[in-house]
Write a protein that binds this ligand. Structure first.
Ligand code: URA
Length: 210
């Protein structure tokens, strides 16, 4: 995946995303649509997974058939909204290993601080896909990728639903080796760091909190 930013502008994804953006879309529909879009985005982000062949017997004859090569990929959810993307991706790649990164923003320094980190072993040999629906300032995404690199990951991709230009720029500066796949690139961030036009707070909308 050579491009730093891939926008998957498939009609199904764009239609579902529009419903998610509407402010009167219910929590139930929001969650279901996120799951559906995650699967379509996962299809794109796994497009270049390595394959090898195995000899198998069909009812007709022996053949060399393609199978995924190497270690199972690792999906890393950036808490808490990452879990919404994770569920859909896992449906498509059910054997993937799963990890979690929890970060909060220190209100004085405004820097991300780690409160949880649990990832599969052997990250250095796996394709690692970090998932977070909203790439906004990019600060927590870049910090999460820092932690994954410190844990040994060398082949990382970042999957989100919506990206802001500011977040894409931050990730490109901090991690030019990490391709980003998103359903849309929105206009900008507002003064509170929300993506505009966006869809609001993804975590609140998927979990029904305020
Ligand atoms: N996180 C969200 O959930 N929404 C935004 O718009 C930005 C960050």
């Amino acid at each position: 995946m050579p491009e730093h930013l891939t926008i998957v502008d498939h009609p199904l994804i764009q239609h579902k995303l529009t419903i998610m953006r509407r402010k009167d879309t219910s929590t139930k529909s929001f969650r279901q649509l996120l799951r559906e879009i995650s699967q379509l985005l996962a299809y794109e982000i796994t497009r270049e997974l390595e394959v090898t062949t195995e000899t198998i017997e069909t009812p007709m004859q022996t053949m060399e058939a393609p199978v995924l090569a190497g270690k199972k990929l690792a999906l890393i959810s950036i808490l808490r909204a990452g879990n919404g993307l994770l569920d859909g991706v896992l449906e498509l790649v059910p054997a993937a290993r799963v990890g979690f990164v929890g970060l909060y923003r220190d209100e004085e320094t405004l820097h991300p601080v780690q409160y949880y980190f649990k990832v599969p072993d052997g990250l250095e040999d796996r394709l690692v896909i970090a998932v977070d629906p909203m790439l906004a300032t990019g600060n927590s995404s870049a910090a999460a990728v820092d932690l994954l690199k410190q844990a040994g990951a060398t082949n990382i991709r970042f999957l989100c639903l919506l990206a802001a230009p500011e977040g894409v720029a931050k990730m490109k500066e901090a991690h030019p080796d990490v391709p980003i796949v998103t359903a849309a690139l929105d206009e900008r961030l507002d003064e509170r760091g929300y993506i505009v036009p966006g869809l609001g707070d993804a975590g609140d909308r998927m979990f029904g909190t305020k």
